[in-house]
Design a protein around this ligand. Structure first.
Ligand code: G
Ligand code: G
Ligand code: MN
Ligand code: NA
Length: 254
């Protein structure tokens, strides 16, 4: 409850921050965009991880407000970059299951995009498998409505949820984000290599893009490239960084 109240105040008083982690295309070695990630530095409690406060937000009903805050700020940042001429960049935004099931979701996103005068292709939504298992019929409709708008959908933490693979057929998705738990020991573990290889092959056959997360070394990157993975994200290419640092990172690209 203490954390819940603190979070409510933090949202009201703008104490939250978004950081941006770059994503790299392995086919042309170019930056494709950034993932927006929440950060919370509490004046007394110190740094609190989203892994800790997102579940609190989900359980307390704060997630809708927090999710709107994230959408608004990520899209406003994207607008700045778009106006600076980075018109091909994509901003990946995490959606919690509660947000995904919110009936007003598409209206909120459309309004934010219109306010920022951004085309829908400028953002991509990351949802987890767990968002799709409950009420699959409704979830398919939501995914289709998002896709209809021209917004891409990536499945976050792919391979770690409890859902069956049948949803890959039923949902019209764009991208699988291979969870970092499979990437971490990719060089040493035959099992992880087999799993990652299989995910990439399956995605290719289904016409889905792949991005591997948690890529921490050049060796990981080069193996993923050999395996046919489309994109990577991780400390090797770039850490999550505040907007100013992300802008500097952008400007260093050739
Ligand atoms: O950035 P970090 O690894 O600390 O994030 C931990 C977890 O919090 C990840 O699972 C990430 O998806 C989640 N997370 C970070 N930012 C957001 C956000 O804006 N919305 C949602 N729903 N989850 C987020
Ligand atoms: O939304 P998602 O569950 O994908 O969250 C990604 C999380 O992984 C973020 O919290 C981010 O800080 C973290 N992260 C990003 N790159 C790396 C990495 O190379 N190694 C590790 N251990 N964590 C990473
Ligand atoms: Mn994510
Ligand atoms: Na993930």
């Amino acid at each position: 409850l203490q954390l819940e109240n603190a979070l409510r105040l933090a949202i009201e008083h703008n104490q939250l921050q978004l950081v941006y982690q770059p994503q790299l295309c392995l086919n042309n070695n170019k930056l494709t965009g950034f993932e927006a990630l929440l950060r919370w530095q509490h004046p007394e409690l110190g740094f609190i991880s989203p892994a800790e406060f997102i579940p609190v937000a989900e359980q307390s009903g704060l997630m809708i407000k927090l999710g709107e805050w994230v959408l608004q700020h990520a899209i406003q940042q994207q607008k700045k970059w778009f106006q600076q001429g980075y018109t091909e960049l994509v901003m990946a935004i995490n959606l919690s299951p509660v947000q995904f099931r919110q009936p007003e979701l598409l209206t909120i996103i459309s309004t934010q995009l219109e306010l920022a005068k951004l085309p829908a292709q400028c953002i991509e939504l990351e949802i987890t498998e767990s968002a799709m298992v409950e009420d699959a019929e409704q979830a398919i409709k939501t995914v289709d409505a998002i896709r209809q708008k021209g917004i891409w959908i990536a499945i976050d933490d792919f391979g770690t949820g409890y859902s069956s693979l049948s949803y890959l057929k039923r949902f019209h998705l764009n991208k699988l984000k291979i969870d970092q738990s499979f990437v971490r020991e990719l060089l040493d573990s035959l099992e992880d290599r087999a799993i990652v290889t299989a995910i990439i092959r399956m995605a290719q056959s289904l016409g889905l893009k792949t991005i591997a997360e948690g890529v921490e070394t050049a060796e990981h990157q080069s193996l993923l490239q050999q395996l046919g993975c489309d994109e990577i994200q991780g400390y090797h290419y770039g850490r999550p960084m505040p907007a100013e640092a992300a802008t500097a990172f952008l400007q260093q690209q050739i």
